[in-house]
Design a protein. Structure first.
Length: 266
């Protein structure tokens, strides 16, 4: 009987609000499609993730030459605290959404008073809240997996030898630690992307058109920050150049670097 009710709810959802169904499909296409394309098919050495991977390799290589690695462990611990904050926040948000489920009648009354807001049925309302729960549960799992990988990286740092000579023989150990740190960062980035897309999901509570527009804007914002932002430009600057002496010179070099062609094939 419950299964029959479930399929009747889906049928009601499709028949009563096809625009909401289209908006949901657009959201899933953007969210899943962007992650698949960026993480698996976009290989640019000028992207933020690629550049940070190179800096992690440099960091872990320098660890080999240090006898005291307390600073390196403290850096990993600070990253651990940042990810733990987002993981805890995800649980609180999920609890808040479930509280809204219990007060759906009052929430719907508020939404009906808002301009440009649609009048959803109770089935569509529950579908919208269910999407938000699923999104933040996914983010929680990503953050907790990133935390575990940071713990593994801490162990690898502690297990690194302290070579007295011929440090090149131990480079694979430093690269292994850098790869584990990068995998942790990858899952953290996916969790952060989920937070961005969840903000677009809030617009669905009002109007499916707002939802679609917000989702498209979020894709553009995330893409720009990962590939076209000022921090990416700075990270792509040659490390051997002299320190910039003025803000004007910095802005000039920033514009020049942005116009430079992609050297991903080098």
């Amino acid at each position: 009987m419950d299964l029959e009710l479930f399929f009747l709810s889906i049928k009601d959802f499709i028949q009563t609000s096809p625009m909401d169904l289209i908006a949901l499909g657009w959201f899933l296409f953007c969210w899943i499609g962007y992650s698949l394309i960026v993480d698996n098919y976009v290989h640019s050495s000028r992207g933020l993730s690629a550049r940070m991977y190179l800096y992690r390799i440099q960091w872990m290589t320098n660890v080999l030459s240090r006898e005291n690695r307390v600073v390196d462990v403290n850096i990993v611990s600070s990253l651990h605290q940042s990810i733990a904050f987002f993981a805890s926040t995800s649980i609180l948000i999920i609890a808040g959404i479930l509280a809204i489920v219990g007060a759906s009648d009052a929430a719907l009354d508020v939404i009906r008073e808002l301009p440009c807001a649609t009048q959803p049925t109770i089935a569509i309302w529950y579908t919208k809240l269910a999407l938000m729960v699923i999104v933040f549960v996914y983010a929680y799992f990503k953050y907790t997996w990133a935390l575990r990988q940071l713990n593994y990286a801490n162990i690898l740092i502690g297990a690194m030898p302290q070579p007295k000579e011929n440090m090149d023989d131990y480079i694979p150990a430093s690269r292994r630690a850098a790869m584990v740190l990068t995998m942790s960062a990858k899952h953290m980035n996916r969790g952060l992307r989920t937070y961005y897309f969840a903000l677009g999901g809030i617009a669905w509570l009002l109007n499916p058109w707002f939802f679609m527009i917000a989702t498209g804007c979020i894709v553009w914002i995330i893409y720009r920050r990962e590939f076209k932002s000022d921090i990416v430009t700075v990270l792509n600057m040659p490390s051997e150049e002299k320190i910039l002496l003025s803000e004007a010179q910095f802005q000039s070099d920033l514009k020049s670097e942005k116009k430079a062609p992609d050297r991903s094939g080098e």
